[in-house]
Design a protein around this ligand. Sequence first.
Ligand SMILES: [Zn+2]
Length: 444
Amino acid sequence: MNDLLIANGNVLTVSPDGARADVLRRYDVLVRGQRIEAVQPAGRIDRSHFRTIIDATDKVVMPGFVNCHAHTPMVLFRGLAEDVSIDRWFNEFIWPLENNLTAEDVYWGMLLGAAEMIRAGITTVADHYFHMDRGGEAIDQIGMRGVLGWAMFSSLGKPALDQTDTFIREWHGAANGRITTIVAPHAPYTCDDDFLMAAGRIARRHGVPVHIHAAEVIAQTEASLAKRGITPIEILEQTGVLLPGTIIAHACGVTPDDVERMASAGVGVATAPKTYLKLGMDITPVRDLRAVGIPVGLATDGVVSNNTLDLWEAMRLTAMLQKDRALDPEVLTIPEALAIATHESAKVVGLGGKVGAVAAGYLADLIVVDTSGLHHQPLHSITASLVYSAMASDVVHTIIDGKVVMRDRRILTIDVDDVIANVSHQNRRLAQRVPGQRIQTYHP
Ligand SMILES: [Zn+2]
C-alpha cells in the first residue's frame, strides 16, 4: 500500500542550472512516507494501491516554495509601518512594536503566517525571530518544514547566546526531521565583533550555519568603511560567521570584493525584492552573485516591509528587477526564475538535493496549482504562466513531508479561524508604541 498518489498532473521539471524548464504532461507522482517514490506517465499504476489520491488533471504539480528569509510572526504588525524611511521604519515602528511581543504572541503569529504561506504554496521557511521555541511549536503543529534561528542582538549578552545553544540542542532535527536550526545574530550593525565571534563558535560546535542580515543597503557598507575601513561582509569574514551554508539576507550593498569573499566562503543569499521596492532600497545583485556560483533564494522578509508572505510575487519581481537594472529583457529568463525558486532556494537553506524538485528520492514537498483562472487563458505556456500570471490563490493543495497539509485550499492541521480570532484579540495591545521604549536603535 502506497501513501499518496498525485494523479494525472502536469509536472514541472527545471534543470538546476536554469537552462531549461519543461512540463511533463499527464504524469503521476507516487509518494511513499516522506518521499517521492516515482514520477511516471499517468495510468500505469492501480489506483486502489493508494491510501490517498489527489486528482491533478489539468493542474500543475511543482515543488513547494522555500522562503529563505522571513520573520513570520511579524504578521502581527501587518500594515503598521507604511511609507516611511528605513531609519524611521526601525526606530519609530518595528523596534517599539516588538517591545510588545510575548512568547505567546510569537506562537500565534507563527501559526497565522505559516497558514498564509501554506496557502501560497510555501512549504519551507528559514525563519529568524524571537521566542523561537514557541515558533518551533507552531511550525511543528501546522506541519511545515522550518530552518529556525533565534534572533539575537549583542545588547542581549551571553544569555542570548546560551539560549541559542539550548535551542539548537533541543530543536535540531525535531518534528521527524522537518525542523532544523541555525544561529541567528541580527546584523553586523546590531552585534559587536565579540558577539559575532561567539555566535560563530556556537555554529561550528553544532555544525550548523549562520543566518544574518548584512549589507542591506549600500549606505550600510559606506558607513562601515568610513567607521572601520572594512565592509559588513569583511566583518562577518573576520569574526568567523561566513561559514559554508551561511544565509546572508539581502546583500544589496556588497562590493565586487565582497562577492568574491562570499563565493569562496560558500554562503547563499536570500533576496526579498518587494521589501527593497517598498522601502526604496538598493536591490540584490542577483546576476553578479549567480555568475560566481553563489546560490540566490527567494524571500519575503517580514510582513511589515512586504505585506504578504507570497513568493510568486518575489519570483516575478526578482526577474523583472534584473531586467530593469540591466535595461535588457533577455536576462533572467523564465527557466532561471524557476531554478531560483526551486533548486537554488533549497540550496540556500541547506536543503539542496532534498527538496526543490518533483523527482524520485526527493522529499515530497509539493504543491498543485490550478491554471484554469482567466489570468492563465489561453494557456500557451505553462512556465510563463507560473512566473508571470500565477497568484497565491491558485494553489489548491499543499503537501509537506509526504502529508497533505492543505486540500482544496483548506488547511487540515490547524483551525485557522481560531488562530485569526486569537490574534485579533491582541490587536490593540500589539499596535501600541510607547515613546522611548524600543528593543534596539538603528544607526548603521
Ligand atoms: Zn529580515
